[in-house]
Ligand binder design. Structure first.
Ligand code: ADP
Ligand code: MG
Length: 240
């Protein structure tokens, strides 16, 4: 579904991604782990061209995103993104946050996107919060609205960048539960996370990044139990 080939990204003369090649299959759940500053967020941002790679290729569903003839906006809509900071529109209710993009971009009617939004609120366990404003919601609830908002575009893949890192510990579980459910339903997901327990349980594959490179990848049962690379070992010894 996604193929990244020899992707590099520099900011000025600082090369933050170095020759990254990865592949993600349809319905696969891939967790990306690694120390702060290793380039995880930049890699996710290159996947939907929020950042432009300096070199390399990104293929999504058989089309090269870096080909100037490719309709980038069409591809962005196929990729839902959820960030550490929920970034809900503060002056809009949960329902309005979710219906905004589909009504504007998918040319769905208000009624259609309203029905979908209520289904999605149910899916994330917030049926009763349709008319609530973000400030009246907890962090965990806001993040679940943000996930529903991303799902409203009916994406083919969901990208998560540390979706639970800004949450109080007691709210982490409810967000991970929604993600676990999505994975079960077969959503293709790429998740940057520090939740090693979650990665171990839900990921089909784990990618360890350090210093702008993919250092090691493998099944969670293998990588968490017997990491091969010294840097992976060192990192895991600190976080497990
Ligand atoms: P991670 O998500 O693994 O913590 P990032 O992808 O955020 O890592 O950052 C990787 C490196 O790229 C860091 O050194 C960071 O300072 C640098 N970086 C990220 N975004 C920018 C930017 N827009 N301009 C300059 N440097 C950046
Ligand atoms: Mg990051």
């Amino acid at each position: 579904m996604i193929t990244v080939k020899r992707l590099s990204k520099s900011f000025g003369d600082h090369e933050v991604l170095k020759n990254i090649s990865i592949q993600v299959e349809r319905q696969e759940v891939v967790c990306i782990i690694g120390p702060s500053g290793s380039g995880k967020s930049t890699l996710l941002r290159c996947l939907n061209l929020m950042e432009t790679p300096t070199s390399g290729d990104v293929w999504v569903e058989g089309e090269n995103l870096l080909d100037p003839r490719t309709d980038i906006n069409k591809f962005r809509r196929k990729m839902g993104m959820v960030f550490q900071q929920f970034n809900l529109f503060p002056h809009m209710t949960a329902l309005e946050n979710i219906t905004l993009a589909p009504t504007k971009l998918n040319r769905k009617s208000k009624t259609e996107s309203g029905i979908l939004a209520r289904e999605l609120l149910k899916k994330v366990g917030l049926t009763d919060k349709a008319d609530a404003y973000p400030r009246s919601l907890s962090g965990g609830q806001q993040q679940r609205v943000a996930i529903a908002r991303a799902l409203a575009m009916e994406p083919h893949v969901m990208l998560f960048d540390e979706p639970t890192s800004a949450l109080d510990p007691e709210m982490v579980g409810e967000v991970l539960q929604v993600m676990r459910q999505l994975a079960k339903e077969g959503m293709t997901m790429i998740i940057v996370t520090h939740e090693m327990g979650f990665a171990r349980e839900v990921a089909d594959r784990v990618i360890f990044m350090d210093n702008g490179m993919v250092v090691e990848e493998g099944k969670p049962g293998e990588m968490f139990v017997s990491p091969q690379n010294e840097r992976t070992k060192l990192f895991l010894s600190k976080v497990l």
